[in-house]
Design a protein around this ligand. Structure first.
Ligand code: AMP
Length: 288
């Protein structure tokens, strides 16, 4: 396994790999690797000949007052995990090599995809995400890039961007990895106190309950999800909770197509996001 900091060196390495006819998979991360990252890595490892994990805490996707400067990092441990999981290259660039002096280009994915959900509460976040992912995909030009369903809006934004910018990378969605009690695994779960950690799984329970009701033919309003979560986690501060079209990410009341039931909830210092997808295309509606 090689650790590479220089974009130019990564380019050289991937050119060699591509020219030898091998496929390249990439898993972009912000480090502090955990079992959810590892599940993406394992899928990418299985589907490609060469696996690159990128570690970069991208300043442009954090808003003022967000946790950029305190975001957890432990490169020694990340390196051990990657080495054990047969990663070929860890690409860990410096900020100044990604955002060169005079940097003046931003990628904006517009339309309904960035009108609702987290985009409403984190202005500029998805420009930051789209810009860094475009850069990483331009440097590496992988055959496939792997992202988690947990960051559902991020996935749809990146998927749209790669189509619109004619990028030749397949964007793959990987299922949400959860703790035993249902809480979605996240680097930010460590911000929770013990009591908060005990109540946090009720976010998922609320979304799941809403999904089951939708599956049973009930009309579920955001109010139902809000009340469910607030009843179980009185200290919660809900940014949003609701039912959105799974492709367009616009709010839905009369369900005809696949939907994503999603929420962003502050529990203490942690902003937790989670979602459940209800697929309506099949006879038996599927919840995932
Ligand atoms: P991050 O390091 O938090 O930016 O995450 C890197 C990638 O891992 C993103 O594509 C996330 O969607 C994905 N990821 C993080 N947590 C989970 C989870 N619990 N389940 C599935 N994917 C996840």
């Amino acid at each position: 396994m090689k650790v590479i900091k220089e974009p130019a060196e990564v380019r050289k390495t991937v050119n060699r790999v591509r020219n030898s006819g091998r496929s390249i998979g990439v898993v972009p991360t912000m480090g502090a690797l955990h079992k959810a990252h590892r599940s993406l890595m394992s899928r990418a490892r299985a589907e490609n000949d060469f696996l690159i994990v990128t570690i970069f805490v991208n300043p442009t996707q954090f808003g003022p007052g967000e946790d950029y400067s305190s975001y957890p990092h432990n490169f020694k441990e990340d390196k051990e995990i990657c080495s054990r999981d047969n990663v070929d290259v860890i690409f860990v660039p410096d900020k100044d090599d990604i955002y060169l002096q005079g940097h003046a280009t931003t990628v904006n994915v517009t339309g309904g995809l960035t009108d609702y959900m987290c985009a409403k509460y984190r202005p500029g976040h998805y420009s930051g995400v789209a810009t860094i992912v475009a850069k990483l995909l331009n440097i590496i030009k992988p055959h496939r890039a792997y992202f988690g369903q947990k960051d559902y809006q991020q996935f749809r934004v990146i998927e749209r961007m790669t189509v619109d910018l004619n990028m030749n990378t397949e964007i793959v969605m990987c299922p949400i990895v959860r703790e035993q009690d249902g809480l979605a695994v996240s680097s930010r779960n460590r911000y929770l106190t013990k009591a908060q950690r005990r109540s946090a799984p009720y976010i998922y329970k609320g979304l799941k309950e809403a999904a089951l009701r939708i599956k049973a033919g009930e009309a579920v309003e955001s109010k139902y999800i809000y009340e469910f979560i607030m009843d179980k986690i009185p200290e919660a501060k809900i940014d949003y909770a609701g039912v959105f079209d799974a492709k367009k990410l616009t709010p839905v009341s009369n369900i005809k197509n696949d939907v994503v039931i999603a929420a962003a909830v502050w529990v203490g210092k942690a902003r937790l996001i989670d979602n459940v997808v209800v697929k309506t295309g099949e006879k038996q509606w599927r919840v995932s």
